[in-house]
Design a protein around this ligand. Structure first.
Ligand code: ATP
Ligand code: MG
Length: 231
């Protein structure tokens, strides 16, 4: 059984066919990358896989659960680092992680919270309101909430933008280590360098359709541009 099994997934918004009959499967221990130009359907696919958008057609199974029958359960077992959302403005960074830990029904979460503040080097921001955090620090917080419960499968939409090179390196090493341990990461990215460095396999989308599925190429930029340019 595949950890993620997507068959013939389609989703339109009005006349825009955001996702057009996409099928893909992931096994445990993969670091899978979804690439494609702006508007090609990456975020919509991630939202369909995490029960945030209801597809028009197709089936989606994640960790053995039918995503549209068990939307809440699916979101409980995976980690989600979304593209745009920010943590609530009225909570401190620390309060937000307490909140996330409670939602994930974690029992002993103090150690995990300390670990993430320490690992991403923002312990000094624990008591700062989320609205007053820098953009990169908010991104760190979103990473921390996504991995707090140590999910076997994590969805990351544009992972490393806004993070400084030191934290980017740490996160890349963290993701590589997870995958070596048999955990699975599904990420979308515009960074062809990150895709090449991290991904064990990737798909490239164009206008909602998969136009490449396979290993990263040596010349990712040339390959990508040739595939997605118009005409
Ligand atoms: N809620 C929505 N309502 C209307 N149209 C939407 C909605 N969500 C996405 N779309 C449209 O669906 C298409 C795919 O969008 P999506 O956000 O999935 O692309 P993306 O590949 O993640 O792009 P980016 O690289 O810019 O993040 C776009 O044309 C977008 O405008
Ligand atoms: Mg997107």
């Amino acid at each position: 059984m595949f950890l993620v099994d997507v068959k013939e997934l389609s989703k339109s918004f009005g006349s825009v066919r955001a996702v057009d009959s996409v099928s893909l499967q992931l096994k445990e221990g993969e670091l899978f990358g979804l690439l494609g130009p702006n508007g090609s359907g990456k975020t919509t696919i991630i939202k369909c896989l995490t029960g945030q958008v209801r597809p028009d057609a197709g089936s989606v199974s994640v960790s053995g659960l039918d995503v549209f029958k068990e939307r809440v359960r699916v979101r409980g077992v995976v980690g989600i680092i979304p593209e745009q959302e920010s943590p609530p403005s009225f909570l401190t960074a620390e309060e937000y992680l307490f909140f996330a830990a409670k939602v994930r029904r974690m029992k002993d979460f103090k150690g995990a919270i300390d670990h993430w503040f320490d690992f991403l080097e923002f312990s000094d921001q624990r008591k700062v309101l989320c609205k007053d955090l820098s953009r990169g620090t908010r991104q760190k917080l979103m990473f921390a909430q996504g991995f707090l419960h140590d999910p076997s499968l994590a969805f990351i939409d544009e992972p490393l933008v806004n993070l400084d090179p030191l934290i980017q390196k740490k996160m890349k090493d963290f993701l590589k280590k997870r995958v070596k341990e048999g955990k699975t990461v599904f990420l979308s990215t515009h960074s062809l360098e990150i895709a090449k460095e991290l991904c064990t396999r990737l798909c490239i989308l164009k206008q909602g359709k998969i136009v490449y599925s396979g290993k990263p190429k040596r010349n990712m930029e040339g390959f990508f541009l040739k595939l997605v340019k118009n005409g």
